[in-house]
Design a protein around this ligand. Structure first.
Ligand code: AVI
Length: 321
């Protein structure tokens, strides 16, 4: 008898979203990774957050960039390539690109390939001398730069938006280490980081009067209901955001208003009244604490700019040759 090799059919794989959500809801305390906020509706809600009167970070960062673009540009070597980590709309990079005509290339890097290809097409006519070389990649992992960016005399990383604040401190250190590996010896890195400030200002920024941040937080449950057959009743969960002064972070949670059971992806999860799902941390740094984190993985402080209230910072670091 001839043995016939049976083709092994792999079992259907749960998506990362499904396995991360189920694992997070099984954990104690319950948690969900903040990266899942950004579906179509979540991204639009975040755009609205950036325009809220209470949400100062975006306004402060744009102001610092506009006021100090020339000083920042002075640190950028002739012929360098600017590599933006998680570029999105490239709105902030445009300010640097306009102030530093000596840049030879711009490499926007984002997980959403479609969006950066579109942004690249929009940028090219505005900066005709610049090579725009989009890369689709996860910025927390190692990825290769295009040959032209590798061959440039220097590479300058750009990581605005205080996205570094949404990483746990060990993840932030890992990001800085990964960026050093990608950009290589002699590189520079320009980071936008939110600063520690009076607790009332912080709490207001994440509890806006119009309720947009609450909607942004609750949209996670809408997404779980839609994509994973969840049975969350939105009016039985409430947005909670507060500054945790010991850990220098805003914590966002969704609190169950009653004892209840919820189904997600075929599993049942029990909630006590008042029990929360921890949905986001937004770490706030001091100039010294971010510098210490960066120094720990080889980046040396090279420049700092803040707004008049010292609410937000743009910080530059360099790597030894
Ligand atoms: C994207 N990130 C820097 C925002 C922040 O402030 O941590 C996300 C956000 N969460 C609530 N409001 C804004």
């Amino acid at each position: 008898m001839v043995a016939v090799a049976r083709k092994r059919i792999p079992p259907p794989q749960a998506s990362d979203f499904e396995s991360d959500i189920v694992e997070g809801l099984r954990a104690t305390p319950k948690r969900v990774p903040a990266k899942y906020f950004y579906d179509g509706a979540g991204s639009q809600l975040f755009e609205r957050i950036t325009e809220l009167p209470e949400y100062y970070p975006t306004r402060c960062e744009l102001r610092i960039l506009r006021e100090h673009a020339c000083d920042i540009a002075k640190l950028i070597p002739e012929g360098a390539a600017l590599v933006e980590f998680g570029s999105g709309s490239s709105k902030k990079a445009r300010i640097l690109l306009a102030a530093a005509p000596k840049l030879a290339a711009y490499v926007p890097v984002d997980i959403c390939g479609e969006m950066i290809e579109q942004e690249a097409a929009d940028l090219r006519p505005d900066f005709p001398g610049l090579k725009v070389l989009p890369v689709t990649a996860d910025i927390t992992q190692a990825f290769k730069l295009p040959a032209e960016a590798k061959a440039a005399p220097a590479r300058v990383g750009f990581f605005p938006g205080s996205t570094i604040g949404n990483f746990e401190p060990h993840e932030a250190a890992a990001f800085l280490r990964n960026a050093a590996g990608i950009l290589g010896p002699g590189a520079m890195l320009i980071i936008g980081a939110d600063l520690i400030k009076p607790v009332e200002v912080l709490n207001a920024a994440y509890n806006d009067a119009a309720g947009v941040t609450a909607k942004f937080n609750l949209n996670l449950l809408v997404r779980i209901n839609r994509e994973l057959g969840g049975t969350f009743k939105l009016d039985t969960f409430e947005h909670h955001a507060f500054y945790n002064g010991e850990r220098h972070r805003i914590e966002m949670h969704l609190a169950s208003l009653k004892r209840q059971k919820v189904k997600v992806a075929g599993d049942t999860f029990e909630f006590r009244a008042g029990e929360t799902i921890h949905t986001e941390n937004s770490y706030k740094y001091s100039l010294a604490s971010l510098a210490a984190l960066a120094r720990g993985v080889g980046w040396q402080p090279a420049g700092v700019w803040t707004d008049r209230s010292d609410y937000f910072s743009i910080q530059a670091f360099t790597l030894a040759e």
